[in-house]
Every structure is written in C-alpha cells, then in structure tokens.
Design a protein around this ligand. Sequence first.
Ligand SMILES: Cc1cc2nc3c(=O)[nH]c(=O)nc-3n(C[C@H](O)[C@H](O)[C@H](O)COP(=O)(O)O)c2cc1C
Length: 175
Amino acid sequence: MRLLLAITGASGVQLGFKALELLPPDVTPYLILSDHAETVRRHERAKVFEDSDIAAPVASGSFPIDAMMVAPCSMNTLAKIACGIADNLVTRAAAVAIKERRTLLLAPREMPFSPIALENMLKLSRLGVVIAPPVMGYYAEHDSVEAMERFVVGKWFDMLGIGHDLYQRWRIEEA
Ligand SMILES: Cc1cc2nc3c(=O)[nH]c(=O)nc-3n(C[C@H](O)[C@H](O)[C@H](O)COP(=O)(O)O)c2cc1C
C-alpha cells in the first residue's frame, strides 16, 4: 500500500510523525510537510516533498496513492480543502484524493472547534472524507502519553485499512 501523509501546522505535529513511525513495513509512505510544519523534518523513511512543490508527482491523479491522511490538519488546511482551494501541495493532493475518490483522512486539531470548522468537517464528511480528530479513548488502559498516542494512531490505521496491534480492542478476547 502507498500512503501519502501530510503534516500541517497544528499542534500535535508529533502525532503525524508517530503515525509515520508506526506504519507497518508493507506500507510505503510519502510525506508532505506544510511550510508551517517545517520545524520537524527529519525523517528518513519517507520520500519528502516540499509543500511549495506544486509540480511534485503526488500533485497528479496519475500518481498511484492508495490513501492520504492529513495529521494533524490545521483549520486553515481544513477550510481550504473544504472549499476546493489547491494552492500548495497538501491542499492540491487532498483535492486530487477527493476527485479520484480515494480514501482521505483528516485529523483536525483545534479546541474548541468553531462553527466554521464544524461546517467544513460536515461538508467533507458528506463527501466521504474521514474526519478523525485525535480524540482519546478511555476504554483501553492508557497509562502513558505513548499509549494514548498509539490508540489514536491505531484508530487512524483502522480507517485506512492498515493492519496493526497498537491498542487493545474492546472485549476482543470474548469475540
Ligand atoms: C504554536 C502554534 C500552534 C498552533 N496550533 C494550531 C492548532 O492546533 N490548530 C490549528 O488549526 N492551527 C494552529 N496554529 C495556526 C496554524 O499554524 C496557522 O493557521 C497556519 O497558517 C496553518 O498553515 P498550514 O495549514 O499551511 O499548515 C498554530 C500556530 C502556532 C504558531
């Protein structure tokens, strides 16, 4: 599977990198850092594209991506995607994912959400975009930040069809 992961300038940038770190070896990652997430660009595993590189291969629908996730997704990027604005590589790749009917997951990070952000999320959700903010689950025993992050990343992977064993599923042993 090829996964395009975009990291934008919301707090929780480390969660995006955590997802990258935890990807199983059968997933090939491609990474876009928005200019505002640029502080954290030290990853060797993924092919990294500049957000300003609008001519990058992943800007085209002909590039065979199976899924895209934007994690964290800033309200700025969320709004642009909801309006069809494609003025940088993150928003262009997201527009492509929507037009090509590919899986697109956004992890909006803000607290609280404004009505504008909520409307943008609803609009995108109705178009089939997965809106999956980093919300903690309390049914598993999370005794550390690491365990909570693994839970959130595990939920994202569930939505993307990526196999993992990052969190304890609810009463799985009884099934
Ligand atoms: C320290 C800091 C934290 C921020 N946290 C958030 C956040 O959690 N959510 C958000 O939507 N924007 C946040 N912002 C604002 C975005 O970085 C800003 O809107 C930026 O234009 C987003 O650009 P991008 O969408 O291209 O990454 C934060 C900015 C700073 C400086």
